[in-house]
Design a binder for this molecule. Structure first.
Ligand code: BGC
Length: 733
């Protein structure tokens, strides 16, 4: 065992990791909670066998060719409610971006897809995230589903993470608020939303067994803080424990994660379900805090939460009170989220309205990274050469369980890759067609970009070249490197050499390296743009809407700047095999200094920093002040639109603790201003961002001293700074 690993495990014990399971179980039932009371009444009349049946869902179909079980609609999982209980069957569907149709099992299974989670997060707009969540919640309900398996709140510790696109980025406050808002939106539609993958499931390498090793204190201040804030913001009915191990113990049988932190410290009243294939035991998992085994007939080595768990109860290894608690948590969530009183009503999807939501989400989340000489917005009468990225037919999406079957079908025929997750899926929302519709007087040509010489000729004949470049990422495997797909880097460099007015539109799952950055005029990061993506991109390019997205992940200049320049054991040649590799350990010795905090701590200059994003107007801020009243740090300032177009600014407040360490995002505000308009803004800093987690006493502690406060356009903006003295204070966990 490595020394660092030993230290983590020892400090985990010191910080109460081995807390007795009983404490977590008894504590949560809030007296007077109507959902809790209703659940209690239902369960009072239920037999032990029926209670046990609530703890185990079955495969819903589509898994390695399986069919839907009787009663199931065809989805990730199904759970038949006990007869006569008055409870609804659970129709459990993926996922965070839209309603999935695994292996095209349902005939009418196409749905509207949001842009990637990174895109929604990059809007920094909690109202937009809520509306986006409500859209997929509504589609779930109209499709007959009452449990949705999203949102994902793992921190993106590495820009090569295969599932980063499903998550929100590298900051705990930003992630917690944005994902929590999406969850609240889903649940406004009487559908349970599932906060996942709890916890430290930040990479896909060796994903079923990898041990993420981290000092528990650092974990509380980073990844777990993101989950904690998401929980407070969204109140999800369920939490999904992840595949990986955390400090050696599988997440779904990890008492520190489930009992101590989630249920005891955070008072979580809902239930914990396992990820598909993440349950490894019966008594051990149940006693650690797992409440429901997912698709246990197919996904796990054995169906643990059936006869095996019943035998554990009989033998006294698991008290009946624990089974009662598991059932109580599940039924409580059904009442709390309205599943009992508002059962799904099947109806055709309102595709037009829902696609508009996805489009607006993309319009707010795309990030303008570069705009030299105001190459954007494009002139509506320009000669424009559109090149590459299948922009003539659609936009790319990320692969895996968040993949949605496109309405209108797939528009790019791939080579027919048999391995998971198959060929990339393109949604039929063509940026080229949308650009032509947006600017009918422009002369817009299209070249597929496969032959660089032909693309260069097209670029030369135009006023502006717009190159679409993709990076396909997916669940199950991390990206072997940070490059765009195929010949994109060479194509962009050649086109930019032929036409200095070159704009690159990137449709990527992650931050990428941009070796051609300084030779192009414009860059728009469009992420995975979703069902309304083509229209959104065209409207942004022509200035029908102004870009307002800001990065939630740092774009490094090179992989050598990362906390882990290599993902343990992964090379370009073995990245596929590494997902199945066992006994992998990843020691997160950067602790809580994730992303921009790592760059700050090590004085590294990124290519584009966290928080960064341009628009078509300019803003100025002044009158920065910070005050501490009623135990609350409040930062006020004035923001003014100094340009000639309306726009949205996202001023960010960062804080630095008196004892040093990297700066942390403390809050932000999204402000829409007309030209010349100004507004007084006030941002309250979440006290946990001013504190260290005190593992010995299991609480947050704000040190006394002078705190630095930056008002910035990004995490590296030092232009405006004040300081404020705070007294020492402790906060309950
Ligand atoms: C993924 C989950 C997903 C589940 C059900 C798992 O492989 O990790 O995110 O919800 O499958 O499809």
């Amino acid at each position: 065992m490595k020394l660092s690993r030993k230290i983590f495990l020892l400090s985990a014990v010191a910080c109460g990791m081995m807390v007795a399971h009983d404490a977590a179980h008894a504590a949560h039932h809030a007296p007077g909670d109507p959902a809790d009371e209703k659940a209690r009444q239902v369960l009072a009349h239920m037999s032990p066998e029926d209670k046990m049946s609530l703890l185990f869902s079955v495969d819903g179909g589509g898994f390695n060719g399986s069919v839907a079980p009787p009663g199931g609609l065809g989805s990730a999982a199904y759970l038949r409610a006990p007869a006569g209980s008055g409870l609804p069957d659970l129709q459990i569907s993926d996922a965070g971006l839209g309603i999935r149709n695994p292996a095209h099992i349902r005939k009418d299974g196409a749905a509207v897809s949001l842009p990637s989670g990174l895109s929604t997060a990059s809007s920094w707009d909690m109202d937009m995230a809520r509306e986006a969540g409500a859209m997929i919640g509504r589609e779930a309900w109209q499709s007959g589903f009452n449990v949705l398996l999203g949102g994902g709140a793992d921190l993106t510790r590495d820009p090569r993470g295969g599932r980063n696109f499903e998550y929100a980025g590298e900051d705990p406050l930003q992630t917690g608020r944005m994902v929590g808002s999406t969850i609240a939106g889903v649940q406004s539609q009487h559908v349970i939303s599932t906060l996942k993958h709890y916890a430290m499931n930040d990479l896909e390498t060796s994903r079923m067994t990898m041990s993420a090793d981290i000092d528990p204190v650092a974990m509380r201040e980073s990844d777990l803080l993101g989950f904690e804030i998401a929980l407070e913001t969204g109140h999800p009915g369920s939490v999904m424990c992840s595949y990986n191990r955390v400090n050696d113990l599988y997440a779904c049988e990890n008492p520190y994660l489930l009992n101590t932190t989630l249920k005891q410290d955070w008072h979580y009243p809902g239930f914990v379900m396992s990820d598909w294939g993440a349950t490894h035991s019966s008594a051990r998992a149940a006693l650690a805090g797992l409440d429901q085994e997912s698709a246990g007939d197919h996904a796990d080595a054995r169906p643990y939460f059936q006869a095996l768990l019943a035998a554990d109860v009989k033998a006294g290894r698991v008290p009946q009170s624990r089974i009662d608690d598991m059932a109580q948590r599940i039924v409580r969530s059904l009442f709390a989220q309205g599943l009992v009183d508002h059962p799904p009503r099947r109806a055709p999807l309102d595709v037009v309205t829902d696609t508009l939501v996805a489009q607006r989400d993309e319009e707010e989340g795309a990030v303008l990274l570069r705009n030299e000489g105001n190459v954007l917005p494009l002139s509506p009468t320009a000669r424009i050469a559109v090149i590459g990225g299948h922009a003539d037919v659609g936009v790319i999406s990320g692969g895996g369980s968040s993949q949605v079957d496109p309405i209108g079908g797939e528009v790019v025929k791939g080579p027919g890759k048999k391995d998971w997750p198959g060929d990339p899926v393109y949604f039929p929302s063509s940026p080229l067609k949308a650009m032509r519709a947006e600017a009918p007087s422009a002369h817009i040509t299209y070249d597929p970009g496969t032959n660089i010489a032909a693309a260069v000729r097209a670029a030369r004949a135009a006023d502006v070249a717009v190159v679409y470049a993709t990076q396909f990422t997916f669940e199950g495997m991390d990206a072997p490197n940070m490059h765009l797909d195929g010949n994109a880097d060479a194509l962009i460099a050649a086109v930019a050499a032929a036409n200095p007015r070159t704009v690159v539109v990137m449709e990527t799952g992650d931050p990428v390296l941009m070796p051609w950055n300084s030779s192009v005029a414009g860059v728009l990061e469009a992420w995975f743009p979703g069902s309304g993506g083509g229209t959104a991109i065209a409207r942004l390019l022509f200035g029908k809407v102004a870009p307002s997205g800001h990065l939630t992940m740092t774009f490094p200049q090179a992989e050598s700047q990362l906390a882990h320049p290599d993902i343990a054991g992964v090379t370009a040649n073995n990245v596929f095999e590494m997902q199945f590799h066992t006994d992998q350990e990843l020691v997160y010795d950067e602790g809580s200094d994730v992303g921009y905090r790592w760059f700050d701590r090590n004085h590294l200059k990124p290519l584009y920093p966290f928080g960064y994003g341009l628009t078509y107007t300019t803003f100025a801020t002044d009158e920065l002040a910070a005050g501490y009243h009623h135990k609350q740090l409040t930062v006020t300032f004035n923001v003014r639109n100094t340009g000639t177009r309306p726009g949205v600014d996202v001023p960010q407040v960062y804080v630095g603790l008196p004892d040093g360490g990297a700066r942390r995002l403390g809050g932000w505000q999204r402000v829409t201003l007309a030209p010349g308009e100004s507004r007084q803004v006030s941002v309250q800093v979440d006290p946990r961002l001013l504190a260290h987690f005190d593992g010995r006493h299991d609480r947050w502690a704000i040190p006394s001293g002078r705190f630095r406060v930056w008002l910035g356009t990004s995490a590296v903006d030092d232009s405006q700074q004040v300081s404020v003295h705070l007294p020492a204070r402790t906060l309950a966990p």
